[in-house]
Structures are given as structure tokens and as C-alpha cells.
Design a protein around this ligand. Sequence first.
Ligand code: PSU
Ligand code: MN
Length: 302
Amino acid sequence: MLIINKKVQDALRQNQAVVALESTIISHGMPYPTNVKVALEVESTINKTGAIAATIGIIDGDIIVGMTHEQIEEFGSRQGIVKVSGRDLAYVTSKKLWGSTTVAATMIIAKMAGIDVFVTGGIGGVHRGAELTYDVSNDLDELSKTRLIVVCAGPKAILDVEKTVEYLETKGVPLVGYQTDTLPLFYTRTSDINVPIRLDTPQDIAKLYVCQAEMELRPSVLVANPISEEDSVDHVKMDQWIKESLTKAKALGIKGKEETPFLLKKIVELSGGESLEANTKLIINNAKLGAEIALSLAKERR
Ligand code: PSU
Ligand code: MN
């Protein structure tokens, strides 16, 4: 069953700004209790602007749009929550399990609920070595067929970023750099990869999305919002930590849906918490932008 909380329902009915949030970042992306603290801070950042935050997750098979603080707390500490991508959605709901939603699954649910704007940390993408493993995140496929505005800080640096950008192009996903000409890489602000589209205001992003919708183009508008300079991690150090984490994952035979959570956790360890700090800052930064875009979009439609 789809349960949309009252505040979110009212906001949607009145055409007000709503911002969807995922829950895999809570259950699998960050350690407890930082995950809960960050999830609540992200919500309050959005709510302060006048937009309404809706964190999405699955509880006993019910799809919840707009979790309560108690539910977010439980998501942060509970063991055995299933990481739910598109593939796992029907299984987890039919078996009445607890599931945290990835970018892909959150997009599907946001669409069901009628929400247009979704904020995350970093999207999944084409993994390094994908030419052998075929590991391409379901996030990319969903981005190609479910139209929303998705705000992220770029693809996660653990990925093969160039292949990820190529894949997005193949699938017709407009990739927008927000106030940047180069693609931000999650923990770092810049890279040597150019973004195909640069936009400098939330209004311009809302307008692009309205055109995308008018033409009934299916893909999402993917916005890459760079982490601030002072929160950015030195990319030479980060490259080293990523390489070490990848070697470790390989040695332990970690693959499939376990790979991303494993790598993020390992990088937190190797960086002595520096990556976690950056991850926190970037998602709050994205929440601010997402709320502004949602407010602009609500205005565009009035
Ligand atoms: N961004 C983060 N932390 C995360 C994720 C993204 O800062 O934990 C999650 C998202 O839910 C994303 C998922 O959809 O990782 C991608 O997993 P995979 O690579 O297995 O598709
Ligand atoms: Mn994968």
C-alpha cells in the first residue's frame, strides 16, 4: 500500500513545493547515529524554505512517502533492512518487509505520489571494470525512463565517471551542471569532464523541466550540484582511498548490491571520517538547491 503522509498530500493537492528523499543513504550509506542526524537535518533544511520534505521508505511492506522522525530513527538503527532497487520493490512489498529505497526505487515511488523533485547525495552509475562485470546501477536506467528533477552532487567518485556520463547521453538524460562547467564528483567540486549543459539558477532548471515535460520526453533532468570548496576532499587523497577500497572489495569477493555500501564504508574508515563529513555537507547543499528548484517549479506552474 502507498501511504502518503497528510502534510505531503495537502502540499501536493495545493501544488506546493515537495522534495522527495531516499532512505538507502540512511540504512546503507552512512553509519548510525550520523545517518539519522543527517537525514533529519536534510529534512529541516528543506522545510525551512517553505517546501515540504518527504523521506521515502518501506515499512512492513507499506510504501511510506513522508516518514516520521521516529520512522527515520528506526531506519537508521534497525538491522536487516533490505536495500531496494527497482528489481526488489515488488518482492519487499509482497513479503511485507522493511526496505530502504535507492535512487531508482525512490524515483518510481516519487512518481507514483506525484512528486517532481528528488534530492540525493550521489547517483549510482557505471562501475569501474563494468566491461567485465556488467555492473551498471539501476539508477541510470530509471533516470532514463522516469521524469523527475533529480539533484545530486555528481556520480559517486567510486564509479567509472566517464562511462557514466556516456551512458546518460545514450539514454537521453539531460545532465545539468549547476553553476559549473565541469562535472562535480561527489566528494570533489570539479573534474576534467565537461558537463553538457550548464544552468545557473533554480528558475532555469525548473523551466528546462517544464519543457522536458511539455514534449513528453521521458528521462529525468539530472542536476549535478558541486560540493562547496571548503567541504571538498583533496582528490589525490580520495583517489588513493578509492583504489584501496576497490582492491579490498575485490579481495573479499564483494559485488552486486553490496559493493556500493561496502566501498562507502571503507572510504569512511580510510579517510578517518573525512569522507563522511563531506557526504553530510554535500547532501545538505543538495537539499537547499532541491528546495529552491521545487519552489521555482511551483511558481512556474501557477
Ligand atoms: N549516495 C550516497 N550514499 C548512498 C547512495 C547514494 O551518498 O548510499 C545509494 C543510493 O541509494 C543509490 C545507491 O541509489 O547508493 C546505488 O547503489 P548501486 O550502486 O548498488 O546501484
Ligand atoms: Mn550494481
